[in-house]
Design a protein around this ligand. Structure first.
Ligand code: NCD
Ligand code: ZN
Length: 334
């Protein structure tokens, strides 16, 4: 059996820089026709020159395979209307991180005081620049996302014309918030559709499944599956593929991030097939919804997948992928 996906998009992707960029960028370009590129480099991408230069480094790392690059800027409450107007054509969205919540987020926002954020958020709203948020408080690790939902709701109410994307949602509380506000949308990863905390820490510790937000309870995963498999129009695929070197993952201080870029489409095909959901819904989840939500129009490409077993490599250079060494039932057709 074969299926064809038109213009699959990864709406949340970490490509890093330098050696790592050279390893991972071509792998995303092999599967995806477009991707939202996260700005959490060291230092974070926060000027026009940095966006332009980073885009150029990505293009060089990818070589022949084409992928539409949707660049983002690291949110700062000091961005003015004039600055955003001058950078608007170079970016697709701005990514907001709570300070210190995840990898390279130290320069993020503390406190979520609307007064402090409002000049920048009003400017984004007027300029129609979507806001992507890593929605976690610094509370107890399993509760961080649910505790953030009231902040999402406060922002959605205060800035009704601002498109707000709840990134990599992991809880039923976030799923419920989607239908309450017209301007709230979400990305969902493949790993959060497949695993729970049990897979990370229920047996021997699985560092390659450790990420932020941490995988949650079975009922949370069920809620995510329900909206993804039915292709709810306000959700879209975003892998949050986040590579770290093997020694940073297999360490006493394991870095957060799951590397899924080279296996994401194969796992999505398997998930939709095994749940009896249609491949039309997969097409919506992995492309059409994102095009509608972001209003982007990437060049059409077709990617073929076949139901042929694929053994996931132990590593891609210095990075270990999710499910390394395991065999999955779907492959990419070159
Ligand atoms: C991401 C990373 O490593 O950049 N890590 C992760 O666990 N998801 C950052 C992020 O999206 O939180
Ligand atoms: Zn991320």
């Amino acid at each position: 059996m074969q299926i064809k996906l038109t213009t699959p998009l990864d709406m949340h992707l970490h490509l890093r820089d330098e050696d790592m960029l050279k390893i991972v960028a071509p792998l995303s370009a092999k599967s995806f026709s477009g991707a939202i590129i996260m700005p959490n480099l060291v230092p974070p991408v926060s000027t026009k020159d940095e966006v332009i230069a980073y885009r150029q480094r990505i293009i060089e790392a990818i070589g022949d395979n084409k992928i539409e690059l949707y660049m983002t800027l690291f949110f700062k409450s000091t961005y003015t209307y004039e600055f955003l107007q001058s950078i608007k054509d170079e970016i697709t969205a701005i990514k907001l991180y709570p300070a210190g919540i995840t990898t390279n987020s130290e320069g993020g926002v503390s406190g979520f005081d609307i007064d402090e954020l409002k000049e920048t958020l009003n400017a984004m709203s007027k300029l129609n620049i979507p806001l992507c948020i890593h929605g976690e408080t610094n509370g107890f690790v399993m509760d961080r996302e649910a505790q953030f939902v009231p902040i999402y709701e406060k922002l959605a109410l205060a800035f009704p014309d601002l498109k707000i994307i709840m990134e990599h949602i992991t809880t039923k509380e976030s799923v419920e918030a989607l239908d309450k506000f017209d301007n709230l949308y979400a990305t969902i990863t493949i790993h959060h559709l497949l695993i729970t905390l049990d897979d990370v820490a229920g047996g021997m510790l699985a560092p390659h499944l450790f990420c932020k937000p941490i995988a949650k309870r079975p009922e949370d995963r069920d809620a995510l599956q329900k909206v993804a498999l039915s292709a709810h129009p306000k959700v879209m695929f975003g892998s949050d593929s986040a590579p770290h070197p093997q020694d940073a993952k297999e360490s006493s201080h394991c870095s957060a991030g799951v590397f899924t870029a080279p296996i994401a489409l194969q796992l999505l095909a398997r998930l939709f097939e095994t749940n009896g959901s249609s491949f039309d819904n997969l097409q919506k989840f992995v492309s059409d919804n994102a095009k509608n939500i972001y209003g982007v129009n990437p060049k059409e490409q077709t990617i073929t997948l076949s139901k042929t077993p694929f053994t996931v490599p132990q590593n891609y250079g210095k990075v270990v992928p999710m499910y390394a060494g395991e065999t999955i039932s779907w492959s990419l057709v070159d």
